[in-house]
Design a protein around this ligand. Structure first.
Ligand code: GLA
Ligand code: GLA
Length: 695
């Protein structure tokens, strides 16, 4: 049924300076929400009733509807077809299922790209990206911005009061395919961004260091995105381009969000993140949302995939500032976009899901409800596989629904942690710019290694910004912070001075926010804090290792380091800097700052971080062998806590605990203070601890 046409010329709602605050910060769903992406428009109407019935059977409480339905909702410009969605919304509501309604703007329909060809994105090389898959729009396109806001407005007008509506799902995975567009419209928006950032050309030229290579700009119109150039493009131009591109996509989100909030201030708004996605500074995004949500997919062939899962979940909790977050998508089994798409082992779906819950997710959702029959994702698993209900996947989906109901009381509790890892998108962008001392210095591996060393010791980690209050942490780890602002450097210094303990990785503190070197000896911003001065970098050859005096090895990086106040805790015993310090420790104010001048091998990192944790009083919630994940969540009163134990090893483990299982394969109360967890199994205990673990 086509609705009366809305004139396409209708202007988008003007962005308001102060968007109305949302009145809700969580969808109106009891306990831990459970569900997935639901794409009924891929199926005949007859299937919908079966879908709703099976959703009930599985305990589904929330589904995301219509993420890619733009072409179906607005088949020609300004003409809406809401009839099918009316029916779906009513049907879901009748089955007690809440709807996280998508604004459907992630994939403009063919009519849009044909009518507004200038909205198609362009690569760095000037190639146009054509429609026929998804996300084929330029984030700076005024036509896209207007059309997306118009569709979001039409949906909010139509469904704002529908009883099934519990949350808005704006767009989908912004920037996952087209994080940056280099077209002329983007260039114009980039200039506006730079003018707002720098004010005048003199400040701008100074910030970009344009005295180098005859790059001085005399007119804003001369400034371009960092398109393909004969040699390395200006690094500050590249850095500002990362900043601009992240902000420009955020502007797309803000435009839709503001339109929704205007009409439905009581419905929370989210957009699904993609974990550690380099192009999007999610710390700046998260504060713009009512609810933080994330999509996580295991790399099937990674034997440490479960550690990477934990790390991403901890980052998302950091983005949500410790509040509950939504696992918007993961997979019940295989995906279809990796080179080899491994099916999940029996029990893995449950283990993966409960890992996210342990780390603060109060909603567990999948892509997608029913595996597609056609299209590029037909071999992607779903909650309801092609095989139907007589399948491992379906049985585990139903089982998980029961598990989440048993854990309902955990919802709203907070994850406990004494350790923080500093994570920073601008530092990531900057350290991986070209023209640096070594291509082997990559940001995520450095973060991952520090995280994994703590994970193996059962220590829960929060992810934090370098400029946020750190006083509640016993230990702060800075894997890599090549670029650091004055405020962040002062914050980290103050943290240690006041009694905090810090571990800092090499090539940190080197440049300011404009990527200009801090002179006088590295590590610039952290010289005093670390009590060292680095005279020259000595990066290593590919795959070269150097021996350390404590028996460990270093790789990637070494440097000629002088101790000014620090003491040496390990030296190089071979390599280009034989006898020079490799690791140092500095007492600073009431705290300590440790420095690692080379990439440590994992076993050495385990030992070094383990010793530091012992010294500063950081420990795992309970004692368990490596490979047994343990995370504690505590409710707002502080009196009740929940211990999640996830056995990733191939051995049964017998652990000393204080509490009774509310979820476990044995389901008894273990009055003897032990719990036995089988290989691959999960136990969740409601603890009876004498006093809160920490204030
Ligand atoms: C060439 C160029 C110089 C400089 C050096 C760097 O020699 O002429 O301007 O770029 O390379 O090695
Ligand atoms: C992303 C998208 C989904 C789907 C899945 C497949 O998370 O948001 O639409 O493509 O990947 O894994």
């Amino acid at each position: 049924m086509a609705n009366p046409a809305v004139p396409p010329s209708q202007p988008p709602r003007a962005p308001r300076s102060t968007p109305r605050e949302s009145l809700r910060t969580w969808p109106n769903i009891a306990g831990i929400a459970y569900g997935g992406d639901y794409n009924p428009d891929q199926w005949p109407e007859a299937t919908w009733v079966e879908d709703a019935r099976l959703m009930q059977e599985a305990g589904v409480s929330m589904v995301t509807v219509g993420v890619f339905s733009w072409a179906r909702l607005e088949p020609t410009e300004g003409t809406y077809d809401f009839g099918w969605l009316d029916q779906v919304m009513d049907l879901l509501h009748a089955h007690g299922i809440g709807v996280d309604l998508a604004t459907a703007t992630a994939s403009p329909p063919p009519w849009f790209s044909r009518r507004y060809p200038q909205s198609l994105p362009e690569t760095r090389e000037g190639h146009r990206l054509w429609p026929g898959s998804r996300q084929a729009y330029c984030p700076s396109s005024p036509d896209y911005r207007a059309a997306s806001v118009r569709l979001a407005t039409a949906l909010a007008t139509r469904y704002g009061k529908h009883p099934a509506l519990v949350m808005w799902h704006v767009n989908n995975e912004y920037g996952c395919h087209v994080p940056q567009c280099f077209c002329d419209e983007s260039a114009a928006a980039f200039r506006r961004f730079l003018q707002a950032r720098y004010g005048d050309l003199a400040r701008f030229n100074d910030a970009w260091g344009t005295a180098f290579w005859s790059q001085h700009y005399s007119d804003w119109d001369e400034v371009l995105p960092p398109r393909s150039t004969p040699a390395h493009p200006n690094p500050t131009q590249q850095l500002d381009w990362w900043r601009f591109s992240s902000d420009e996509l955020l502007n797309c989100f803000r435009a839709e969000r503001d339109a929704l909030r205007e009409i439905t201030p009581d419905i929370p708004v989210t957009t699904n993140f993609v974990g550690m996605l380099k192009p999007i500074d999610y710390f700046s995004w998260a504060r713009e949302e009512d609810v933080v949500s994330n999509d996580h997919y295991l790399i099937g062939e990674d034997p440490d995939g479960h550690i990477e899962l934990s790390m991403t979940a901890d980052l998302i909790r950091g983005l949500a500032a410790g509040t509950p977050w939504v696992l918007m998508e993961h997979s019940t089994s295989a995906v279809n976009w990796q080179p080899r798409n491994l099916a999940k082992q029996p029990g893995q779906l449950r283990r993966n899901s409960l890992q996210h819950v342990a780390r603060g997710a109060d909603a567990v959702c999948f892509f997608q409800w029913r595996a597609s029959r056609s299209g590029a994702e037909k071999f992607h698993s779903g909650m309801l596989p092609h095989a139907g209900t007589d399948s491992k996947v379906w049985r585990e989906v139903v089982e998980l629904g029961g598990n989440l109901r048993a854990l309902a009381e955990v919802a709203g509790s907070r994850v406990e942690s004494d350790v923080a890892i500093v994570f920073d998108w601008p530092a990531w962008w900057a350290v991986e710019l070209d023209s640096h001392p070594s291509v082997d210095v990559e940001y995520l591996p450095l973060v991952r290694e520090m995280y994994a060393a703590l994970w193996r010791q059962g220590i829960t980690v929060d992810f934090v910004r370098p400029d946020q209050d750190l006083s509640r942490y016993k230990l702060v780890v800075v894997p890599s912070l090549y670029l650091v602002s004055e405020a962040a450097a002062a914050n980290l210094t103050q943290y240690v001075s006041a009694g905090g303990h810090l571990v800092c990785g090499f090539f940190s503190g080197i440049v300011d926010v404009n990527d200009a070197v801090r002179l006088g000896g590295y590590p610039g911003a952290f010289r005093q804090l670390l009590g060292i001065r680095i005279e020259e970098f000595f990066p290593l050859r590919q795959a070269e290792t150097v021996a350390l005096s404590d028996g460990g090895t270093g790789s990637v990086w070494t440097e000629a380091l002088h101790c000014e106040a620090a003491e040496v805790t390990a030296r190089y015993v071979d390599g280009p800097l034989l006898g020079w310090p490799a690791r140092t420790s500095n007492r600073f104010g009431d705290g300590t700052a440790h420095y690692l001048s080379t990439r440590h091998d994992p076993a050495t990192l385990d030992r070094v971080l383990g010793q530091i944790c012992d010294r500063v009083g950081v420990s795992s919630p309970i004692i368990a062998p490596a490979g047994v994940e343990r995370v504690r969540r505590r409710d707002a009163s502080g009196n009740t806590s929940y211990l999640f134990v996830i056995n990733h090893t191939e051995r049964e483990v017998d652990l000393v605990v204080a509490g009774a299982e509310i979820l476990g394969d044995a389901m008894n109360d273990h009055a003897d203070g032990h719990v036995v967890v089988a290989p691959g199994a999960v136990a969740v205990l409601k603890e009876n601890l004498a006093a809160p673990h920490k204030e």
